[in-house]
Write a protein that binds this ligand. Structure first.
Ligand SMILES: [Zn+2]
Ligand SMILES: [Zn+2]
Length: 308
């Protein structure tokens, strides 16, 4: 990705160290403030642990912070389906109980992944991972830990992994040597119910990226998602191309679904993300209209909608 993305004033997809980002919630909110953002939602993976601190930091910094999370869900056997949830009650009992249960599943998966990487000769341990993680342990933590050790670089080269970007594709993705195997994820429809039960709304994350293969045989997948209760499409995303954004934009209009936008910021020097608030509407819509949609049509607060 060489083209420089515009700087927007809002961002509804970002991560802190409560999942696989580098900053604490307070640091991220302050960083957003510094970068000129006015409205944000932080969407750490399968957790709500970032929310209270982020809200407090938002109040101090004068940045509007909405509740958010990014749920790992099962849909159509697709390897990575992420459901963004917004504006829910982060203390909702069903949601919190579910997240606690899923944490066990995630940890189990990380353990298996680490054991498989050890079998390949790589130096990494579960204890090390635990000492680094402030919240939810993810594949990104595992990768970063592997790359921290000079000894591992030679082994990675021998395994044919030329760069960190290839780590997942060559080692931990489905069917690869360190693949921890299938994990028990919540069905997308169930996750939607959980979010709505907590008073929230849902957007399907980075669809052009997640559904690239699936869409070939299921061109109507976005309609399927809508039927299951998904309210919005993350049309604008740091890593979506112009063509992908155009397609998703047209689909959102056709299906009368809302649109969300976000950078998926985790850390600096990320080949997939240029920073907070960095995503492109490619001239399809004024970003301000998207913000209105987030507040009105999408979150049901009333007001303007981009479909009016
Ligand atoms: Zn995601
Ligand atoms: Zn994300």
């Amino acid at each position: 990705m060489s083209e420089e993305l515009p700087r927007q004033m809002f961002d509804f997809h970002m991560h802190t160290n409560k999942s696989d980002g580098i900053m604490t919630p307070t640091e991220l909110v302050n960083h957003c403030k510094k970068e000129g953002l006015t409205t944000i939602a932080i969407t750490d993976h399968d957790t709500v642990d970032h929310i209270e601190e982020a809200m407090d930091a938002g109040r101090s910094a004068g940045v509007d912070v909405f509740t958010g999370t990014e749920l790992t869900v099962e849909f159509g056997g697709v390897e990575m389906v992420h459901l963004l949830a917004y504006d829910f009650d982060e203390k909702n009992k069903e949601l919190c109980d579910y997240l606690k249960k899923f944490q066990v599943e995630r940890d189990d998966r990380s353990r298996k992944m680490i054991a498989n990487l050890q079998k390949l000769g790589l130096k990494i341990s579960w204890e090390e991972l635990q000492s680094r993680v402030a919240g939810v342990a993810t594949k990104r933590h595992v990768k970063n830990l592997v790359y921290e050790k000079a000894d591992n670089l030679e082994i990675l080269q021998r395994l044919g992994v030329a760069s960190p970007e290839e780590f997942s594709k060559k080692l931990t993705a489905r069917g690869k040597p360190a693949d921890p195997g299938e994990w028990k994820k919540i069905d997308l429809a169930e996750a939607v119910k959980l979010v709505k039960g907590a008073g929230g709304s849902c957007s399907i994350a980075h669809p052009a990226y997640s559904f690239r293969q699936y869409a070939k045989d299921h061109p109507d997948y976005l309609a399927e998602l809508k039927m299951l209760g998904v309210d919005a499409i993350e049309v604008f995303y740091g890593f979506h191309t112009k063509e992908e954004a155009e397609y998703l934009f047209a689909k959102a209009k056709e299906l009368k679904m809302s649109m969300t936008a976000g950078s998926d910021f985790h850390e600096f020097y990320d080949p997939f993300c240029q920073g907070v608030g960095r995503w492109n509407t490619y001239g399809l819509i004024e970003s301000q209209h998207l913000k209105w949609d987030f507040f009105s049509g999408f979150l049901g607060i009333g007001g303007l909608s981009i479909h009016d």
